[in-house]
Ligand binder design. Structure first.
Ligand code: S3P
Length: 741
């Protein structure tokens, strides 16, 4: 903004005045000149140092201004533009702050014949119910959004200067097209103001003495705060943005009438549906406001700083199993009747699945302390979601959902975060297409996926090219909607939670060796689900308890499904002291308490048949290998390269940074252990999680055998599978500090 020597702000209300204050504070915009129709406002602005100079006559300053901010009500825009036109220099940049953009563009076209190239339309999303110079606030725009609606004909440099101007006030600048801006604002600002004004007016006119307001509590106050806003300004806004406002009102009236009908008919499910969806959406909105995702802190950059470890002791319970939590929501939603889930993992991944089903019209109460109540809609009861289903970081959500969505009557798009967008989806798209589904992927078979509804699926006999429970589950879930029999045969055993839970929900699944099959066209009957603790989360503490000196810990109620116990088998083969206690079966899944004591670990050649049974546990197993005596060799594990990160390379890089020798192979790794028992230590150092929760947690465990601190970058992702990891780890004696970057 160096070229801006003089800035003229026309209109010293809350918006223009606050901008002038913020520009002065930032030392930008050169001399700030302020004009207002009201002489006393100009005088006050000069007196409090809001502006350098000013008057009631904007026309006196126009020719000398390098930047003009038109900060008058939208209804007055045209007359200000008429005043600007004859006096304006060619190189002066203009912007406005009007809360509807289509009408400002129309006014400009009336005055100039087109929107001038240097006129950048803008709208700061900030305000208060107060107005005038005395209401202005220097930090009004801090962390607020400012929307610019540049057009193709706008001068790029002018766009850049207006962007810099707003950024200097602390605002977050984004761009949108004009029509979209007006729709969004009609829905999120103009409609709620209209409702607040109308509600207060309706109540006030029923009770002339305003006596009724004596009884109104916080809810009324919160809902109606904005009814104290400037009436003239709002009248102008409704005139300026009439079409978009009326459209938003029509949609609201339809929603309100659905709620009215639900109340009239005492339709409890319909009411709960509206309220739980709204509550989830409101909570999502609060988290956006806090700049975080499903769980606090997710969007912040978090690092772990770990101190070399101690003896560990204590009794802990890790969160619910991620794979079972996903499936509980999916099958519970598609079942007939109400499913109660206990022990649900309230991590980002399973919450993404939960949200997806809410978006498809399923009423889901909770989660509240791991309890979720799902009002099943039956296999054919899902509704088309209003937009794309956003699945965050969760590969399981995307792959399993694509199977069951292939059988729906509607089209749907599945999207995810940057990491998920890199993961291969052709492995599910291919068998689904063989079944008759229409699945479109982005380049290279990556997300987003578009699944076209209304296809008649037929059963297939699928010989899976890779050992993947997600692919198997995807095909079986599509099989629920297919004609005839759907069969999958896996090259090695993979987790079988889908088969178990389908059976638990009364759906017949035939299992013979590596083959699972089912007939389409049946139904699922709701049942209760008790989710055991996740063995994949317990794995971090199994390794921690083994490698830390003089340690003994007990991990309660861990899922011990035989397709998941590779971690226990491999650690025992390395010499770990792990015993299972209180073995029982809960809801079709074996569980046990796991006791872990320090042990002398030895390097081994990891048996191939254990690889799919420990697929998620290798990052932390590599840490065990690094502490062991001798070399540990892993082969046949190429699947690790397509997890949340390339887990072979990323772990090798991190271990090498800590002084561990390893050799990477396409399908595995050799790791030379430091023989921790004989006093061998890793060095401290700096490692990166590569946006992968299990990498972050594995290096935190490594600190138990390091001689210096390990600094682990980018650990917010731990929330995807293990909320509360740090608290639990520190409770038994680890030393992890969470630092916000
Ligand atoms: C999962 C299967 C595994 C695993 C993932 C969860 C599941 O993936 O890595 O964390 O719940 O089905 P693959 O099927 O790709 O091996």
């Amino acid at each position: 903004m160096k070229s801006i020597k003089k800035t003229l702000v026309i209109g010293l209300g809350l918006i223009g005045g606050s901008l002038a204050l913020a520009l002065r504070k930032a030392g930008l915009g050169g001399t700030i000149i302020g004009c207002d129709r009201d002489q006393s406002e100009v005088e006050l602005a000069i007196k409090i140092g809001m502006i350098d100079q000013g008057s009631t006559r904007a026309e006196d300053w126009i020719a000398e201004a390098d930047l003009i901010v038109v900060s008058v009500p939208v209804i007055a825009m045209e007359s200000v533009m008429t005043q600007l036109k004859p006096l304006l220099r060619n190189d002066t940049i203009i912007t406005d702050v009007g809360s509807s953009k289509g009408s400002v563009q129309t006014s400009a076209v009336k005055v100039w014949g087109r929107l001038p190239a240097n006129f950048i339309l803008g709208h700061p999303i900030a305000g208060s119910e107060k107005s005038g110079v005395s209401a202005a606030l220097v930090d009004l725009y801090q962390k607020h959004k400012v929307i610019l609606t540049p057009t193709q004909d706008n001068n790029r440099q002018a766009v850049s200067i207006v962007t810099q101007m707003w950024r200097s006030t602390g605002a977050d600048v984004l761009t949108m097209d004009i029509a979209r801006h007006d729709e969004v604002l009609a829905a999120t600002s103009h409609l709620p103001h209209m409702l607040a004004f109308s509600l207060v007016d309706t109540l006030a006119s029923q009770d002339e003495s305003l006596e009724i307001f004596r009884y109104a509590a916080g809810g009324f106050r919160d809902f109606t705060r904005i009814a104290a806003s400037d009436p003239v300004m709002w009248r102008d806004i409704y005139i300026a943005n009439k079409p978009a406002v009326l459209q938003a009102l029509t949609e609201f009236e339809q929603g309100l009438s659905r709620l009215r009908t639900a109340i009239e008919e005492s339709d409890s499910d319909a009411m709960l549906g509206i309220f739980t969806r709204a509550k989830a959406a409101r909570e999502h909105f609060s988290r956006i406001l806090e700049n975080s995702a499903y769980i606090p802190m997710q969007n912040k950059l978090i690092n772990y700083r770990t101190a070399p470890g101690n003896a560990l002791s204590g009794r802990i319970r890790v969160p619910g199993d991620k794979s079972i939590s996903h499936r509980s929501i999916m099958l519970g939603s598609l079942a007939e009747g109400v499913t109660q889930v206990k022990g649900f993992l309230e991590g980002e991944d399973s919450l993404a699945t939960l949200q997806a089903f809410r978006d498809m019209g399923v009423v889901i109460e909770g989660p509240h302390q791991g309890e979720v109540t799902i009002h099943g809609v039956g296999l054919n009861g899902l509704k088309k979601p209003a937009g794309a289903l956003y699945l965050g970081n969760s590969g399981t959500s995307m792959r399993l959902l694509s199977g069951l969505l292939a059988g729906q009557a509607f089209d749907v798009e599945l999207t995810g975060d940057a990491s998920l967008t890199k993961r291969p989806m052709e492995r599910v798209a291919k068998p689904l297409r063989e079944m008759g589904a229409v699945v479109e992927t982005a380049e290279g078979g990556r997300p987003p996926l578009v699944i076209r509804g209304g296809q008649a699926l037929k059963g297939i006999d699928y010989q899976m090219p890779m050992a993947s429970a997600q692919v198997k589950s995807c095909v079986l879930l599509a099989g629920l909607y297919a004609e005839g029999e759907t069969k999958t045969t896996e090259p090695a055993p993979t987790r079988d939670h889908t088969e178990r839970m389908l059976t638990g929900f009364g759906y017949e699944v035939t299992r013979k060796g590596a083959t699972a099959s089912l007939q389409g066209g049946g139904k699922l009957v709701a049942g209760n689900i008790d989710v055991p603790s996740d063995i994949s989360s317990a794995a971090f503490f199994m390794v921690a308890g083994s490698i830390a000196d003089r340690s003994e810990i007990l991990i309660e109620h861990v899922g011990m499904n035989p397709t998941r116990v590779g971690i226990v088998n491999i650690l025992r083969a390395m010499g770990a002291d792990i015993t299972l206690e209180n073995e029982s079966e809960v809801g079709g899944e074996p569980v046990a308490d796991v006791r872990v004591r320090s042990a002398d670990l030895k390097g081994i050649d990891i048996p191939q048949d254990q690889v799919p049974l420990a697929i998620d546990e290798f990052p932390v197993l590599f840490v065990a290998a690094a502490c062991a005596e001798g070399v540990t060799r892993l082969r046949g594990a190429e699947e690790l390269r397509v997890k949340e990160s390339d887990r072979i390379q990323v772990m090798a890089d991190g271990l090498q940074a800590l002084g561990i020798q390893c050799t990477v192979y396409e399908d595995g790794i050799d790791i030379v252990g430091i023989n921790a028992v004989q006093g061998g230590k890793m060095s401290g150092g700096r490692v990166h999680s590569h946006d992968d929760h299990r990498i972050a947690m594995s290096f935190a465990v490594a600190s138990l055998c390091s001689e210096g601190e390990i600094f682990i970058e980018d650990c917010a992702n731990v929330a995807t599978s293990f909320p509360g990891f740090v608290e639990l780890a520190n409770k038994i004696g680890m030393k992890i500090n969470v630092e916000e970057a």
